[in-house]
Design a protein around this ligand. Structure first.
Ligand code: MCN
Length: 794
C-alpha cells in the first residue's frame, strides 16, 4: 500500500457538510429511471402467478394482442431458449444445487408473483389493461413453505428435477480451520440452548424498481434503479450473449436499495427481451404491490444456537445451526448471505471452540437475498440475545458477562475463533461512553423500583455490543469463499484545465452521499475547493470499471482507491510545479493546495496551475505527458470491523403488551469519520430498520403461499412517529487496514439495534418468566409471551 494521508489537509475530512446531492434530490430536479422518456418508447406490463406452485397447462396471449395499443405479448415458452437462466454468482459449495432460474416461467411457477406473461403497449395503462386478455390455465401442485417441512422425507419438491429441497450445507469448524478446539470438547458448566427466528423481511426502498431498455442499433442502453450497474452489465452480457462493450448500464439517481437492488432481476431481463423483440425502447416501472411479491426478500432464517460457559460467565464453546430460506430460486448472492455472518457469531468475544453450519432450503416463496446487514444482523442477534440469556442464567449484569468475555483493546489485532483478524477496536471505550450517556446505573435503579412497586408498565434495559465485518473485500478472501467476483474498487481523478476536478468512482451510491464524502476526500488530497469537485458514478460509459455499492464497502474500498488516484495526481502535479518553479521536485512541499520550495514560501504553484500547464503543454518538462489524470484500484488486505454499544430503555405494558422505546443510545465506532453528518444519518436509518425488524415488519404467507403482506397496508414499515429519538455518539478507533483509517457504517445501525430492542423487552418481562419474544414483537406477541410464561393466565 502506497497511499498516505496528505501532507497537509484542507480540513474537509471530518466536517459535517450538508450533502451536495440533496438539493437536486429533495427538489425533484433529477432524473429517476421512471423519468427517462425516449422517442417511440413502449411500456411493459407483467402478468404474475397467483399460485405458489403450479403447472402452466395452457397459456394464450392472443386476447392481449387484440387489445388496443398493444404491440406485442409473449410468454416464457416464447423466449425459453433466449432467456437462459438468471445468474447466481455465489456457489458456496461444489455440490450446491443450482436450479434453472427463468426470468419468465416456462411450464411451472414456483412462487406467487413469478412472471408468466408480458404485454408491450404504447402506454402503460394499455399494457396493464391488456393483461386481462392473457388466458392461463394452471394445475396446482403441492406447496411447501416451511423449511423444516421442505427438508423432511417425502416433502413435495420445489424443483422436481433436482430431487431435493436442500440447496447446500456449508460448515465452518474451528477445530478444522485451526482457530480453536472442537465444540464437543468444550467445558460446559452452563449450557444455553435457544432457537431464534429471523422473520422474512421485504426491503422497502423508497423508489420502486424501474427499467428502460433502448436496443439502439445493436448499442444497448439499460437504465435501471439498481445498486450494481457494473455487475448488471457483465451479467447481461453473459446471459444474453450481447458483447459487453455493446451494453451500457446507467443507474441514475436511485431512491434507496438496502440490498434489495443488489440483484440481476427477472424484470431487467424481461425488459431487455421485450426491447429486443419489438426493436424499440421499452420501459417497465413496478407498482409497490409488484415489488412486494417479486423483488427479493431478506432474512428468513431459523437459528439454533448453543453456548456453553463456566459459572463465572466465561464462554467455553459456541455452536450454531441455521436453516436459510432461499425461496424458489437462488438469487444473485443468496447462498452466501449467511456466510457473511458465519464468522461473526463469535462477535466481540474470545471463544475457544466454534462450529457453524448453514443449510440453504428451497420453498415455494419469493426468492431471498441481501438485505441491509446480510448475515451479520442475524449473527449479532443470535449471540447478543444468547449473551443476555447467559447473564440471566448466572444472575450477572448483561454488561458484566460481556466484559468478562470481550477482546480488550490491548489485544488487537486479534484472530477470532471464526478465523477473522480484527485489526482494531475498543469495546471498553464505546461501552463506557454509552453507559455514561444512558445513565445505566440510574436506569437499573428505576427498573428495580418499578419491579418492586409492581408497576404494570415495566422498564426493560437492552444491551447490544456488536461488531461487524464490512468493506466487502479482499478479493482473495472472496475467492476462497467461492464468491464469483473480486472485492476491489476503482477511482479516476481528472483535473480539468481550470483546475476543477471530475472524479469517477466505481461505487454506485443510492442514498449514501458519496458525492459529498468523495468531494471532501479529494478536496483535502488535492487542495481543491469542495464545490470545485464533481463526482460521476452509476454509468458504465463514464465509469467503466467498478464493483458497486453493498456490504458497506464504498468508503473503505472505493474511498481508498480515490486517495490513491489523488496521490498519483499530486505526484504528477509536483513534477510540473517543480518545472514551473525551476526547482527540484524533491525540494517542494505541498500545503494548502500549493507546492512551494522549502524555505521560499512566497512563490507557489497549485494543482490548478499544473492543470493549465498540462492543457497548453507549452512548457512541460521533457518526457512528461500532457495529463494530470489518474486511475487507481484498491483491494484491501482485510475487511473493516466497526463496532459499538447500543442501549435501549423500553417501557413494556404488561397488560396490553405494548412496547414503547423510551431511550435509544448508541455509541458507534467506524474508525476515522469523513462526514459526521452522513455517518449519523446512516446510523439513524440503520437503527430505524433494525427497530423495524424487532417491532414491526414481517412478510407473512398464508398456507397456500399467498403473500398476505402484499402492500404497505399490511407490511408495517414504521414512520418517524413510530420511532424514538436516537441519541448518537462516537468513539474513533482507526482501522489499520487502510490509509484513511476508515471503517464502514452503512449497515452498523441495523446490525446493532434489533437485539438491543428485543433484549430490552425480555429484560422487562424476565421477572414474569419470559425469556423470549418472537419478532416482530407486536403487542399481541408480547402479551402472549407473558400469558404463556404464566401458564396461560395473563
Ligand atoms: N462514511 C463516513 N465515514 C466513515 C464511514 C462512512 O463518512 N468512517 C460515509 C461514507 O462516505 C458514505 C456513507 O458514510 O457516504 C456510507 O459509507 P459505507 O459504510 O462505506 O457504505 P456504502 O457507501 O458502501 O453503502 C452501502 C450501505 C449498505 S450495504 C446498505 S444496505 C445501505 C446503506 O449503505 N443502503 C442504503 N445505507 C443506505 N442509505 C440509504 N440512504 N439508502 C440505502 O439504500
Amino acid at each position: 500500500m502506497t497511499a498516505t494521508i496528505p501532507e497537509t489537509a484542507a480540513g474537509e475530512v471530518g466536517r459535517a457538510r450538508l450533502r451536495k446531492e440533496d438539493a437536486r434530490l429533495l427538489t425533484g430536479r433529477t432524473r429517476w429511471t421512471d423519468n427517462v422518456t425516449l422517442p417511440g418508447m413502449l411500456h411493459l406490463a407483467i402478468l404474475r402467478s397467483p399460485h405458489a406452485h403450479a403447472q402452466i397447462s395452457r397459456i394464450d396471449v392472443s386476447g392481449a394482442l387484440a387489445a388496443p395499443n398493444v404491440i406485442a405479448a409473449f410468454t416464457g415458452a416464447d423466449v425459453a431458449e433466449r432467456q437462459g437462466s438468471l445468474p447466481c454468482a455465489w456457489p458456496v459449495t461444489e455440490d450446491m444445487v443450482h436450479p434453472n432460474h427463468p426470468a419468465l416461467a416456462v411450464d411451472e411457477v414456483r412462487h406467487v408473483g413469478e412472471a408468466v406473461a408480458v404485454v408491450v403497449a404504447r402506454d402503460r395503462a394499455s399494457a396493464v389493461d391488456a393483461l386481462e386478455g392473457v388466458e392461463v390455465e394452471y394445475e396446482p401442485l403441492p406447496v411447501v413453505l416451511d423449511m423444516e417441512e421442505a427438508l423432511a422425507e417425502g416433502a413435495s419438491l420445489v424443483h422436481s428435477d433436482k430431487g431435493t429441497n436442500k440447496a447446500y450445507t456449508w460448515v465452518l469448524d474451528s477445530a478444522e480451520i485451526g482457530t480453536g478446539s472442537s465444540v464437543s470438547a468444550a467445558e460446559a458448566e452452563v449450557t444455553i440452548q435457544r432457537r431464534y427466528v429471523q422473520q422474512r423481511l421485504i426491503p422497502s426502498f423508497m423508489e420502486p424498481r424501474s427499467i428502460v431498455v433502448d436496443p439502439g442499433a445493436g448499442e444497448w442502453t439499460m437504465w435501471s434503479a439498481t445498486q450494481i450497474p457494473h455487475i448488471l452489465r457483465l451479467m447481461l452480457a453473459l446471459v444474453t450473449g450481447v458483447p459487453e462493450h455493446k451494453i451500457r448500464v446507467i443507474a441514475p439517481d436511485v431512491g434507496g436499495g438496502f440490498g434489495g437492488k443488489l440483484q440481476v432481476t427477472p424484470e431487467e431481463l424481461i425488459t431487455f427481451l421485450a426491447a429486443e423483440r419489438v426493436g424499440k425502447p421499452v420501459k417497465y416501472t413496478e407498482t409497490r404491490s409488484d415489488a412486494m411479491v417479486s423483488a427479493h426478500h431478506g432474512r428468513d432464517v431459523i437459528q439454533d444456537i448453543t453456548l456453553t460457559a463456566r459459572r463465572d460467565g466465561t464462554i467455553t464453546g459456541l455452536s450454531v445451526k441455521l436453516l436459510s430460506n432461499m425461496g424458489a430460486y437462488l438469487g444473485l448472492v443468496a447462498p452466501g448471505i449467511q456466510l457473511l455472518g458465519a464468522q461473526l457469531y463469535n462477535a466481540i468475544y474470545k471463544i475457544p471452540a466454534y462450529r457453524f453450519e448453514c443449510t440453504g432450503v428451497f420453498t415455494d416463496t419469493t426468492f431471498t437475498d441481501a438485505y441491509r446487514g446480510a448475515g451479520r444482523p442475524e449473527a449479532t442477534y443470535a449471540i447478543e440475545r444468547t449473551m443476555d440469556e447467559l447473564a440471566a442464567e448466572l444472575g450477572m449484569d448483561p454488561l458484566d458477562v460481556r466484559r468478562r468475555n470481550w477482546i480488550t483493546h490491548e489485544e488487537f489485532p486479534f484472530t477470532t475463533v471464526g478465523g477473522m483478524t480484527y485489526d482494531s477496536g475498543n469495546y471498553e471505550a464505546a461501552t463506557d461512553r454509552a453507559v455514561e450517556l444512558f445513565g445505566y446505573d440510574e436506569m437499573r435503579a428505576e427498573q428495580r423500583q418499578r419491579r418492586e412497586s409492581g408497576d404494570p408498565v415495566q422498564l426493560g434495559i437492552g444491551v447490544s455490543t456488536y461488531t461487524e465485518a464490512c468493506g466487502l473485500a479482499p478479493s482473495r478472501a472472496l475467492g476462497a469463499a467461492r464468491y464469483g467476483a473480486g472485492g476491489w474498487e476503482s477511482a479516476s481523478v481528472r483535473v480539468l484545465p481550470t483546475g476543477k476536478v471530475e472524479v469517477v468512482t466505481g461505487s454506485s451510491a443510492h442514498g449514501q452521499g458519496h458525492e459529498t464524502a468523495w468531494s471532501q476526500i479529494v478536496a483535502d488530497q488535492l487542495g481543491v475547493a469542495f464545490d470545485d469537485i464533481e463526482v460521476l458514478h452509476g454509468d458504465t460509459r463514464t465509469s467503466h470499471k467498478g464493483l458497486d455499492t453493498y456490504g458497506s464497502r464504498s468508503l473503505a474500498v472505493g474511498g481508498i482507491a480515490l486517495v490513491m488516484a489523488c496521490q498519483k495526481v499530486r505526484e504528477k502535479a509536483r513534477i510540473i510545479a517543480a518545472h514551473l518553479l525551476e526547482a527540484s521536485p524533491d525540494d517542494l512541499e505541498f500545503a494548502e493546495g500549493a507546492f512551494r520550495v522549502r524555505g521560499t514560501p512566497d512563490v507557489s504553484k497549485t494543482v490548478a496551475d499544473a492543470a493549465f500547464a498540462v492543457f497548453t503543454a507549452h512548457n512541460l518538462p521533457d518526457g512528461v505527458e500532457a495529463s494530470l489524470d489518474s486511475d487507481a484500484t484498491f483491494d484491501p488486505i482485510n475487511l473493516s470491523f466497526p463496532h459499538g454499544t447500543h442501549l435501549v430503555a423500553a417501557d413494556v405494558d404488561t397488560q396490553t403488551g405494548r412496547v414503547r422505546i423510551r431511550r435509544y443510545v448508541c455509541v458507534d465506532d467506524c474508525g476515522r469519520v469523513i462526514n459526521p453528518l452522513i455517518v449519523e444519518g446512516q446510523i439513524h436509518g440503520g437503527v430505524a430498520q433494525g427497530i423495524a425488524q424487532a417491532l414491526y415488519e414481517e412478510a407473512v404467507y398464508d398456507t397456500s403461499g399467498n403473500l398476505l403482506t402484499g402492500s404497505f397496508v399490511d407490511y408495517l414499515v414504521p414512520s418517524a412517529a413510530d420511532l424514538p429519538t436516537i441519541e448518537t455518539d462516537r468513539t474513533e478507533t482507526p482501522a489499520t487496514s487502510n490509509p484513511l483509517g476508515v471503517k464502514g457504517v452503512g449497515e452498523a445501525g441495523t446490525i446493532a439495534s434489533t437485539p438491543a430492542v428485543i433484549n430490552a423487552i425480555v429484560d422487562a418481562l424476565r421477572p414474569y418468566g419470559v425469556n423470549d419474544v418472537p419478532m416482530p414483537a407486536t403487542p399481541e406477541r408480547v402479551w402472549r409471551a407473558l400469558r404463556d410464561a404464566q401458564g396461560g393466565a395473563a
